[in-house]
Design a protein around this ligand. Structure first.
Ligand SMILES: [Zn+2]
Length: 112
């Protein structure tokens, strides 16, 4: 159950990332280097270009593939508690930790 909850919640976060990144990607025609506006300090330009919409979309796809490999009941990590009950694996908790500032994140998902 909790494994389904974390994967469902993670899919929602990825959908939201895609919802925001896709229009920006379309606007820039998929270029990876377009932040050179004069009002942005160089370190911020470098950072923004590193995490451009194209990269965000690539990360969304990669994380969706990781989630696809973690279907409830078929987690390749095979994480269990002391009662042999299936629990969220470290991989899913690490992915969830990326979004720890978003509503719905549960402290029990924080990586150890
Ligand atoms: Zn796993």
């Amino acid at each position: 159950m909790t494994e389904e909850l974390i994967t469902s919640w993670l899919r929602q976060q990825l959908d939201e990332d895609e919802r925001v990144a896709q229009p920006a990607y379309d606007f820039t025609c998929g270029t990876d280097d377009y932040f050179d506006v004069y009002y942005m300090a160089v370190p911020l330009q470098v950072h923004a270009n590193r995490w451009c919409p194209a990269r965000v979309l690539r990360e969304v796809e990669a994380h969706r593939r990781i989630l696809a490999a973690h279907r409830p009941g078929s987690d390749p990590c095979d994480a269990h508690d002391a009662s042999l009950r299936t629990i969220e694996c470290e991989t899913l908790r690490l992915l969830a930790s990326i979004y720890s500032d978003r509503p719905g994140f549960r402290q029990e998902w924080a990586p150890e």
